[in-house]
Design a protein around this ligand. Structure first.
Ligand SMILES: Cc1cc2nc3c(=O)[nH]c(=O)nc-3n(C[C@H](O)[C@H](O)[C@H](O)COP(=O)(O)OP(=O)(O)OC[C@H]3O[C@@H](n4cnc5c(N)ncnc54)[C@H](O)[C@@H]3O)c2cc1C
Length: 401
């Protein structure tokens, strides 16, 4: 039987980060994933300033900044009426004011390698099915290469993503994801530059569409809407992507003649940290499993990487104390509550207010008139400024007058 101090379930950004930072602190870690790598993951592939900072911490800065992937330095944010504001990323001070577009097959392969390089043992094609308990946590049941077996461990970090089912088996009352997004890759896209393009549109309720360039003429194009809006309007998310590419005037990007060169794929997003616990006896949830996706933009990679590191540090402290009970691990939840909970509530409030199209049209008009307002908003979207920065007296003056 395999044995480790900690088993991390899921080798996406949250799990690899947890495994990396645990292994770096001398903890014996096994990182398991049901897939084999490289594997595709439905995503916009956008790596913003906070993700870049985390990758640098994980010694992947050289790889990312080496120039192999498309880099954007500006954002264009379009209103429903076609007007747009443009601002540099991130608008405020941040060490890496860029946005890279890295296909997740490459990205996740690289972060798995980083975790392995730090000393984590990686088991792929290995699906975790349930925790093993005998009073306290003793290990985890897995199906590896088709055969059921057990890994003995003292603690678990569950980072099985939005669609993972393991988190539910921990006894934590996981809530349903409440947004859905889809994307595909398109070639022969004209007018791409060093800008990411974000479109608010009346056909995309409580959401937006994006065009993220992956090359001079190729882009990851997709959109997301809230779950309630999808139900209310009977939206077929994949058809909506096709509509956007065929019908939208995305100027200055020109989508006429764009050629779809991958299947349109959709996936759910579990957004808005704080809707359920992230801690059980011997277990921490990180990344999408803990609902860490930004309810304003759908950005989840930075939050997954960050929560992975925070979980690793909390787990190390608990292991050093010899107490991995939920009570001892609650420092993790307290840290997340202090540093993420209110931000996510503000992100949600901002999204719900601005998603009403006449309001967004007016807001973008104000951003065109007052560039500092546009810069501040782009910083908030990039998660490099606190959402409350929008409510400073100076910003409120720009919004109101
Ligand atoms: C269409 C779309 C576009 C998006 N665009 C962006 C973007 O541009 N930028 C951004 O920052 N975020 C984006 N996101 C969000 C981002 O994809 C997620 O927030 C991020 O991947 C979360 O990382 P994670 O490690 O928590 O989960 P995941 O990346 O989902 O990783 C979970 C891993 O767990 C494994 N797993 C699941 N169950 C088990 C099990 N039982 N046993 C073993 N392994 C298991 C899976 O195979 C997977 O590898 C997007 C999401 C969607 C749906």
């Amino acid at each position: 039987m395999e044995k480790a101090d900690v088993v991390v379930i899921g080798a996406g950004p949250a799990g690899t980060s947890a495994a990396y930072f645990l292994a770096k602190q001398g903890i014996e870690v096994i990182l398991v994933d049901k897939s084999t790598f490289p594997r595709e993951k439905t995503c916009g592939d956008g790596i913003g300033p906070r993700s870049i900072e985390m990758l640098v911490k994980m010694e992947l800065g050289g790889w990312l900044l080496s120039g192999s992937y498309y880099r954007c330095d500006r954002v264009r944010l379009f209103a429903n009426n076609g007007r747009y504001v443009e601002a540099k990323i991130p608008g405020d001070d941040a060490p890496y004011p860029h946005f890279y577009i890295v296909p997740r097959a490459d990205f996740d392969q690289k972060i798995v390698e980083a975790a392995a390089g730090a000393g984590a043992k990686v088991l792929t094609n290995c699906r975790a099915t349930s925790p093993v308990k005998n009073g306290a946590l003793k290990g985890v049941k897995v199906v590896k290469d088709g055969g059921e077996t057990e890994i003995s461990c003292k603690a678990l970090v569950c980072a099985d993503g939005t669609n993972g089912t393991f988190a539910k088996s921990t006894g934590i009352n996981i809530i349903k994801p409440h947004a859905i997004a889809a994307r595909a890759y398109y070639s022969n896209v004209k007018g791409l530059d060093d800008c990411i393009n974000i479109y608010v549109d009346e056909h995309i309720p409580e959401g937006y569409a994006w065009i993220f360039p992956t090359g001079e003429t190729r882009a990851n194009i997709g959109l997301g809407v809230s779950g309630p809006m999808m139900k209310k309007y009977g939206i077929d998310i994949k058809k909506l992507v096709s509509w956007f590419v065929a019908e939208k005037n995305a100027s200055p990007v020109d989508l006429k003649g764009a050629v779809q060169d991958s299947e349109i794929k959709g996936a759910w997003l579990r957004m808005g940290y704080g809707r359920h616990s992230a801690v059980a006896d011997g277990i921490l949830l990180a990344g999408d499993a803990a609902g860490m996706i930004s309810p304003l933009t759908g950005e989840g990679i930075a939050y997954a990487l960050e929560s992975g590191e925070i979980a690793a540090n909390a787990m190390k402290t608990a292991l050093d104390k010899g107490d991995i009970s939920a009570n001892s691990l609650k420092a993790y939840q307290e840290y997340l509550n202090k540093n993420y909970y209110m931000d996510h509530r503000f992100y949600e409030a901002i999204r719900q207010t601005l998603s009403k199209n006449p309001i967004m049209d007016r807001f973008i008009g104000k951003g065109i008139k007052h560039p500092p307002l546009a810069h501040k908003f782009i910083s908030i979207m990039m998660s490099t400024a606190k959402p409350t920065a929008l409510f400073s007296p100076k910003m409120l003056r720009y919004i109101l007058f």
